[in-house]
Design a protein around this ligand. Sequence first.
Ligand SMILES: *Cc1c(COP(=O)(O)O)cnc(C)c1O
Length: 434
Amino acid sequence: MLETENKNTLYNYRSGVDFALEQDQNDPLAAYRSQFLFPKDKNGEDCIYMTGNSLGLQPKQTRAYVDDVLSDWANLGVEGHFNAKNPWLTYHENLGDSMAKIVGAKPIEVVVMNTLTTNLHFLMASFYKPTKTRYKILIEADAFPSDKYVVESQLRHHGFDDTEGLVLWKPRAHEALANYEDLEAILETQGDEIALILIGAINYYTGQFFDLKRITELGHKHGCIVGFDCAHAAGNVALNLHDSGADFAAWCTYKYLNSGPGSIAGCFVHERHAYNKNLNRFAGWWGHNKETRFGMRDAFDQIPGAAGWQVSNPPILSMAGIKASLEIFNDVGMDKLIEKSKKLTGYLEFLLNQLGEDTIRIITPSNPNERGCQLSILVQNTDKTLHDKFTEAGVISDWREPNVIRCAPAPLYNSFQDVYYLVERLKKILNSSP
Ligand SMILES: *Cc1c(COP(=O)(O)O)cnc(C)c1O
């Protein structure tokens, strides 16, 4: 475990701008920045874009791939399924393999389909099998609202009370982060009533990256199914979904994966469930055996693995955005990306901590292995006007009431100078506040 002191000596952070310039010059990933389109500030300069945790930037290649699909559709009509530059019939298959590498899974475990919340419901249709005595669902207390609505509505759908059936893993009083001992205690007392554990792999609010393997082992020990929402983790941290042993996972592709607003999502089902035909699902023709799919007369014959959860033929225009994005990820590789990410986020933390506890407090874990690139910064004595001034100053960050700014330096396109100037602008705003 790296503590703050070690981190600072490991990277030899310094406070002047020359450190940022030096790092950018020596950054092996610096060239990737030019593959993305940046929104402009009021002076026509690139914004300091720090919201890859919410919507990643557009790769320049995306437009070309979307255009290819439009042209193929215009020129070929339905024949595009077979004769397009990248035939639509198999368009999603390569994407699943690339996606598997990003989340640390085997190709058979990953598919790109639907959207995130939809996938959670579809996966729960298979993996949430409540009985009279084991029906509860455990989530982290400050789960993303959509996830909370998913589990509450699933409880109601199965005829259970959505308050009584929901178990919350809460941080202790006056603490921001969840604690594994508390999870153990919950499972010791209520484990045999809990059917399913669904945790955000990285909590969207605090940026805490959970130990998926530890949670999975704990859950399995008590007979619970374990799933993860990886919206804030995919393309951000080393997920190792296969090794974690999790039963299922889902994530969106428009945050760190830069595939465009509302683009289709990813889905993981562990290999141990790949051939289990008794695992019922809400089926559709795209999950049916490819050899006989167009025979149209056969009984449902699921494709082994995650692909067998597909329902509809996929939106190719949206897939084009994913293709453009995943090519960049494949080119860089998660290892190099994470290496830069740790250094870049550590730099942001270093500069912010110099502002002092009276001004800001970072609620994200300081251990680099317990977070991704996002830092959630609690700003003392402030309100949303701070965020408005930040935006006015050309910094795009993300505000959460009552007083938290989330900044996520994305290692694919953010620079050390971005981080430096972000903190400079923050200082200027704080100093000029009445
Ligand atoms: C972003 C996010 C969502 C959004 O869900 P969509 O179905 O893509 O609208 C859901 N859950 C978490 C944890 C998220 O971070």
